[in-house]
Design a protein around this ligand. Structure first.
Ligand SMILES: [Zn+2]
Length: 268
């Protein structure tokens, strides 16, 4: 198997990958509570697994290297349950900016931020809004749960999609770290049904609330029918979606410039 893990490569091998115009996947995740049955590394571990498998899938058509997972994400909303480490928005922005800068200075031109934690989504997009006009690299970001969408949720029996520490994440962790999953009480820990999105009311409002607003024990969904067979299918679906995104020429195509002569003036 080809080595795609940045941390396991030697400097001269990474210089060669930059010369070959390899894509860099920069996974971003969290260390946060995941209910009574999953370890706090869940988002970090799953994000790493999906990124490494995606790189392997894409490699025959385009070289890909996976940077170490940025485990330190935005998890303030999970702090009340304990076990959670979080950054401030300002620090998170600076960490990503500096890592993207370090990757770009080595000559890599296409960087995919592959996110595996819901709390990072808005900040990740804001960071790209800020960096893209000044970065020499093409910056693209996605969250595997959304990128794979229906290909993930079709494997779930007791919840509509991947939810925090529910059937999907538990199944995938039974593949990646089975000895760290406590399966002794899976039939008793489902979260009560909650209405809609706990961060909104009405049609379009937004309100920040901690995760304790929607769950008694830190998980959302129902992990009772979690198993490694569906977990394996879900990890593969997530990796496939990321690989397809990497291989789609539109992902890295330059922005069009439709300005008529005499209408522009500011380069972008
Ligand atoms: Zn999670």
């Amino acid at each position: 198997m080809i080595e795609v893990d940045w941390a396991r490569l030697k400097a001269h091998e990474l210089r060669k990958l930059a010369n070959e115009n390899a894509v860099v996947i920069l996974p971003i995740a969290s260390i946060e509570q995941h209910g009574p049955h999953l370890p706090v590394m869940t988002d970090t571990r799953l994000g790493q697994e999906i990124a490494l498998r995606a790189a392997q899938k894409a490699y025959s058509r385009r070289a890909v290297v996976v940077a170490p997972v940025v485990w330190s994400g935005l998890s303030e909303h999970h702090m009340p349950f304990g076990g959670t480490l979080t950054l401030s928005h300002d620090t998170f922005r600076r960490v990503l900016r500096d890592l993207i800068d370090a990757i770009t200075r080595q000559g890599f031109k296409d960087i995919l931020i592959s996110n595996s934690h819901g709390g990072n989504i808005i900040a990740m997009q804001q960071i790209l809004d800020e960096l893209t006009p000044i970065s020499e690299a093409t910056l693209v970001a996605t969250t595997y749960v959304m990128e794979a969408g229906e290909d993930l949720s079709k494997h779930l029996e007791d919840q509509p999609g991947v939810m925090h520490a529910g059937e999907g994440e538990t199944s995938m962790m039974l593949v990646c770290e089975p000895e760290l999953v406590d399966t002794s009480n899976l039939d008793k820990i489902a979260s009560p049904e909650t209405e809609g999105d706990f961060l909104s009311v009405g049609r379009s409002s937004y309100r920040w609330r901690p995760f304790v607003h929607m769950t008694e024990n830190g998980l959302a969904g129902n992990p009772v029918r979690s198993n490694a067979i569906k977990g394996e299918k879900m990890i593969e679906a997530g990796a496939r979606a990321i690989a397809e995104l990497i291989l789609d020429p539109k992902t890295w195509a330059p922005a069009k410039d439709l300005r008529l002569p005499g209408t522009g003036g500011v380069p972008f």
